[in-house]
Design a protein around this ligand. Sequence first.
Ligand code: SAM
Length: 213
Amino acid sequence: MSDSHAAGQLFDQWAADDRARRMWQNHLPRVRQIWEMIPSSDGHYLEIGCGCGLGLRHVAENQYRDGRCMGIDVSQNMIRLAEETTAGLANVRLEAVDFTNWEPGDGRTFDAIFSMEVFYYFPSIQEGLNHASRLLAPGGRLWVLVDCYRENTASHDWSEKLGVPMQMWSSAQYADGFARAGLSEIGQKTLHHPKDEGASEPPTLCTYGRKCE
Ligand SMILES: C[S@@+](CC[C@H](N)C(=O)[O-])C[C@H]1O[C@@H](n2cnc3c(N)ncnc32)[C@H](O)[C@@H]1O
Protein backbone atom coordinates (compact mmCIF):
# COMPACT_ATOMS: atom_id res chain seq x y z
CA MET A 1 0.00 0.00 0.00
CA SER A 2 1.43 3.44 -0.87
CA ASP A 3 2.02 6.00 1.92
CA SER A 4 -0.70 8.26 0.51
CA HIS A 5 -3.20 5.41 0.22
CA ALA A 6 -2.55 4.41 3.86
CA ALA A 7 -2.99 8.02 5.04
CA GLY A 8 -6.16 8.34 2.95
CA GLN A 9 -7.65 5.23 4.58
CA LEU A 10 -6.73 6.38 8.10
CA PHE A 11 -8.23 9.84 7.65
CA ASP A 12 -11.32 8.50 5.91
CA GLN A 13 -12.01 6.75 9.24
CA TRP A 14 -11.22 9.87 11.28
CA ALA A 15 -13.61 11.89 9.13
CA ALA A 16 -16.36 9.32 9.60
CA ASP A 17 -16.45 9.83 13.37
CA ASP A 18 -15.87 13.00 15.36
CA ARG A 19 -12.04 12.83 15.35
CA ALA A 20 -11.46 15.15 12.39
CA ARG A 21 -13.09 18.15 14.06
CA ARG A 22 -11.58 17.31 17.47
CA MET A 23 -8.15 17.18 15.83
CA TRP A 24 -8.76 20.58 14.31
CA GLN A 25 -9.86 22.08 17.65
CA ASN A 26 -6.58 20.81 19.10
CA HIS A 27 -4.58 22.38 16.23
CA LEU A 28 -6.45 25.69 16.22
CA PRO A 29 -4.60 27.55 19.02
CA ARG A 30 -1.29 26.94 17.21
CA VAL A 31 -2.53 27.50 13.64
CA ARG A 32 -4.08 30.80 14.75
CA GLN A 33 -0.57 32.13 15.46
CA ILE A 34 0.36 31.62 11.78
CA TRP A 35 -2.81 33.16 10.36
CA GLU A 36 -1.39 36.47 11.59
CA MET A 37 1.48 36.00 9.10
CA ILE A 38 -0.74 35.41 6.05
CA PRO A 39 -1.14 38.69 4.15
CA SER A 40 -4.54 39.70 2.84
CA SER A 41 -4.77 39.12 -0.90
CA ASP A 42 -7.08 38.94 -3.89
CA GLY A 43 -4.91 36.14 -5.30
CA HIS A 44 -4.82 32.35 -4.90
CA TYR A 45 -4.47 30.38 -1.65
CA LEU A 46 -3.88 26.63 -1.30
CA GLU A 47 -4.25 24.46 1.80
CA ILE A 48 -2.63 21.01 1.46
CA GLY A 49 -4.35 18.36 3.59
CA CYS A 50 -7.20 20.67 4.57
CA GLY A 51 -8.96 18.01 6.66
CA CYS A 52 -12.43 19.10 7.81
CA GLY A 53 -11.98 22.53 6.20
CA LEU A 54 -12.35 24.79 9.26
CA GLY A 55 -8.97 26.44 8.66
CA LEU A 56 -9.70 26.93 4.98
CA ARG A 57 -13.02 28.53 5.85
CA HIS A 58 -11.30 31.02 8.15
CA VAL A 59 -8.84 32.14 5.45
CA ALA A 60 -11.59 32.26 2.79
CA GLU A 61 -13.67 34.53 5.05
CA ASN A 62 -10.76 36.75 6.10
CA GLN A 63 -7.37 37.17 4.38
CA TYR A 64 -8.60 35.77 1.04
CA ARG A 65 -12.21 36.99 1.11
CA ASP A 66 -11.43 38.83 -2.14
CA GLY A 67 -9.34 35.96 -3.51
CA ARG A 68 -9.73 32.28 -4.39
CA CYS A 69 -9.06 29.38 -2.00
CA MET A 70 -8.33 25.80 -2.90
CA GLY A 71 -8.34 22.92 -0.39
CA ILE A 72 -7.03 19.49 -1.26
CA ASP A 73 -6.95 16.27 0.74
CA VAL A 74 -6.22 12.66 -0.14
CA SER A 75 -9.19 11.54 2.01
CA GLN A 76 -12.51 11.66 0.17
CA ASN A 77 -14.37 11.74 3.52
CA MET A 78 -12.34 14.74 4.71
CA ILE A 79 -13.24 16.57 1.51
CA ARG A 80 -16.93 15.79 2.12
CA LEU A 81 -16.61 17.35 5.60
CA ALA A 82 -14.77 20.34 4.13
CA GLU A 83 -17.60 20.79 1.60
CA GLU A 84 -20.09 21.00 4.49
CA THR A 85 -17.82 23.37 6.41
CA THR A 86 -17.33 25.78 3.48
CA ALA A 87 -20.83 25.50 1.99
CA GLY A 88 -21.97 28.87 0.68
CA LEU A 89 -18.48 30.29 0.21
CA ALA A 90 -18.18 31.07 -3.50
CA ASN A 91 -14.41 31.57 -3.34
CA VAL A 92 -13.62 28.00 -2.17
CA ARG A 93 -12.82 24.97 -4.35
CA LEU A 94 -12.07 21.49 -3.00
CA GLU A 95 -10.54 18.37 -4.53
CA ALA A 96 -9.91 14.87 -3.17
CA VAL A 97 -6.41 14.27 -4.55
CA ASP A 98 -2.95 13.15 -3.52
CA PHE A 99 -0.84 16.30 -3.36
CA THR A 100 2.35 14.46 -4.31
CA ASN A 101 1.17 13.97 -7.88
CA TRP A 102 -1.39 16.75 -8.19
CA GLU A 103 -1.21 19.59 -10.69
CA PRO A 104 -3.82 22.36 -10.80
CA GLY A 105 -5.53 21.75 -14.16
CA ASP A 106 -5.26 25.34 -15.31
CA GLY A 107 -1.51 25.75 -14.63
CA ARG A 108 -2.35 28.11 -11.78
CA THR A 109 0.20 29.16 -9.17
CA PHE A 110 -0.50 30.22 -5.58
CA ASP A 111 0.35 33.33 -3.57
CA ALA A 112 0.22 31.39 -0.30
CA ILE A 113 0.39 27.68 0.49
CA PHE A 114 -0.33 26.40 3.98
CA SER A 115 -0.24 22.95 5.53
CA MET A 116 -0.79 21.68 9.11
CA GLU A 117 0.39 18.17 10.04
CA VAL A 118 0.67 16.73 6.52
CA PHE A 119 4.17 16.74 4.98
CA TYR A 120 5.55 13.80 6.97
CA TYR A 121 2.92 11.52 5.40
CA PHE A 122 4.52 12.04 1.98
CA PRO A 123 6.97 9.34 0.81
CA SER A 124 9.57 12.13 0.49
CA ILE A 125 9.29 15.41 2.42
CA GLN A 126 11.86 16.97 0.07
CA GLU A 127 9.81 16.04 -3.01
CA GLY A 128 6.75 17.54 -1.29
CA LEU A 129 8.63 20.79 -0.62
CA ASN A 130 9.96 20.89 -4.18
CA HIS A 131 6.44 20.39 -5.54
CA ALA A 132 4.96 23.09 -3.27
CA SER A 133 7.75 25.47 -4.29
CA ARG A 134 6.99 24.86 -7.99
CA LEU A 135 3.32 25.72 -7.35
CA LEU A 136 4.14 29.09 -5.74
CA ALA A 137 3.78 32.29 -7.73
CA PRO A 138 6.82 34.62 -7.70
CA GLY A 139 6.89 36.19 -4.23
CA GLY A 140 4.52 33.49 -2.93
CA ARG A 141 4.88 32.09 0.59
CA LEU A 142 4.85 28.58 2.01
CA TRP A 143 4.10 27.56 5.63
CA VAL A 144 4.63 23.96 6.70
CA LEU A 145 3.58 23.01 10.25
CA VAL A 146 4.40 19.64 11.80
CA ASP A 147 4.11 18.02 15.23
CA CYS A 148 5.97 14.88 14.14
CA TYR A 149 9.65 15.85 13.97
CA ARG A 150 12.92 14.64 15.44
CA GLU A 151 13.06 16.98 18.46
CA ASN A 152 9.53 15.98 19.50
CA THR A 153 10.34 12.63 21.09
CA ALA A 154 6.65 12.13 21.94
CA SER A 155 6.01 11.76 18.19
CA HIS A 156 8.59 9.02 17.58
CA ASP A 157 6.11 6.14 17.93
CA TRP A 158 3.19 7.74 16.08
CA SER A 159 3.88 5.88 12.85
CA GLU A 160 3.87 2.55 14.66
CA LYS A 161 0.80 3.45 16.75
CA LEU A 162 -1.25 4.62 13.75
CA GLY A 163 0.08 1.99 11.32
CA VAL A 164 0.89 4.62 8.69
CA PRO A 165 4.36 5.40 7.29
CA MET A 166 5.69 8.78 8.52
CA GLN A 167 8.97 10.50 7.63
CA MET A 168 10.95 11.89 10.56
CA TRP A 169 12.94 15.09 9.91
CA SER A 170 14.62 17.43 12.38
CA SER A 171 13.93 21.18 12.44
CA ALA A 172 17.32 21.74 10.74
CA GLN A 173 16.33 19.35 7.94
CA TYR A 174 13.09 21.28 7.38
CA ALA A 175 14.99 24.57 7.11
CA ASP A 176 17.54 22.99 4.77
CA GLY A 177 14.75 21.34 2.75
CA PHE A 178 13.14 24.75 2.16
CA ALA A 179 16.49 26.09 0.90
CA ARG A 180 16.96 23.08 -1.38
CA ALA A 181 13.46 23.67 -2.74
CA GLY A 182 14.71 27.10 -3.88
CA LEU A 183 12.94 29.19 -1.24
CA SER A 184 14.40 32.21 0.56
CA GLU A 185 13.47 34.37 3.60
CA ILE A 186 13.33 31.06 5.49
CA GLY A 187 12.35 31.15 9.14
CA GLN A 188 11.10 28.85 11.85
CA LYS A 189 8.76 29.28 14.79
CA THR A 190 7.76 26.98 17.58
CA LEU A 191 4.08 27.24 18.36
CA HIS A 192 2.89 26.41 21.85
CA HIS A 193 -0.59 25.27 22.63
CA PRO A 194 -1.51 27.38 25.67
CA LYS A 195 -1.90 24.27 27.81
CA ASP A 196 1.56 23.08 26.63
CA GLU A 197 3.40 26.10 28.05
CA GLY A 198 6.24 24.82 30.16
CA ALA A 199 5.72 21.20 29.04
CA SER A 200 8.86 19.18 28.39
CA GLU A 201 7.93 18.20 24.81
CA PRO A 202 8.64 20.67 22.00
CA PRO A 203 5.61 22.32 20.43
CA THR A 204 4.53 22.49 16.75
CA LEU A 205 7.34 23.32 14.36
CA CYS A 206 6.46 25.88 11.69
CA THR A 207 8.90 26.43 8.80
CA TYR A 208 8.18 29.17 6.29
CA GLY A 209 9.79 30.64 3.23
CA ARG A 210 9.21 32.68 0.12
CA LYS A 211 9.78 32.23 -3.58
CA CYS A 212 11.92 34.92 -5.21
CA GLU A 213 10.00 37.63 -7.10
C1 SAM B 1 -3.18 15.12 10.69
S1 SAM B 1 -4.42 15.46 9.49
C2 SAM B 1 -4.49 17.25 9.54
C3 SAM B 1 -5.74 17.82 8.91
C4 SAM B 1 -5.86 19.36 9.00
N1 SAM B 1 -4.73 20.02 8.37
C5 SAM B 1 -5.97 19.79 10.45
O1 SAM B 1 -5.09 20.50 10.93
O2 SAM B 1 -6.95 19.40 11.11
C6 SAM B 1 -3.52 15.16 7.99
C7 SAM B 1 -4.35 15.38 6.74
O3 SAM B 1 -3.48 15.28 5.60
C8 SAM B 1 -4.13 14.51 4.60
N2 SAM B 1 -3.10 13.93 3.72
C9 SAM B 1 -2.18 13.00 4.04
N3 SAM B 1 -1.42 12.69 2.96
C10 SAM B 1 -1.88 13.47 1.94
C11 SAM B 1 -1.52 13.61 0.56
N4 SAM B 1 -0.55 12.87 0.01
N5 SAM B 1 -2.19 14.52 -0.19
C12 SAM B 1 -3.20 15.27 0.35
N6 SAM B 1 -3.60 15.16 1.65
C13 SAM B 1 -2.94 14.27 2.42
C14 SAM B 1 -4.93 13.49 5.40
O4 SAM B 1 -5.96 12.89 4.66
C15 SAM B 1 -5.45 14.32 6.57
O5 SAM B 1 -6.68 14.95 6.31
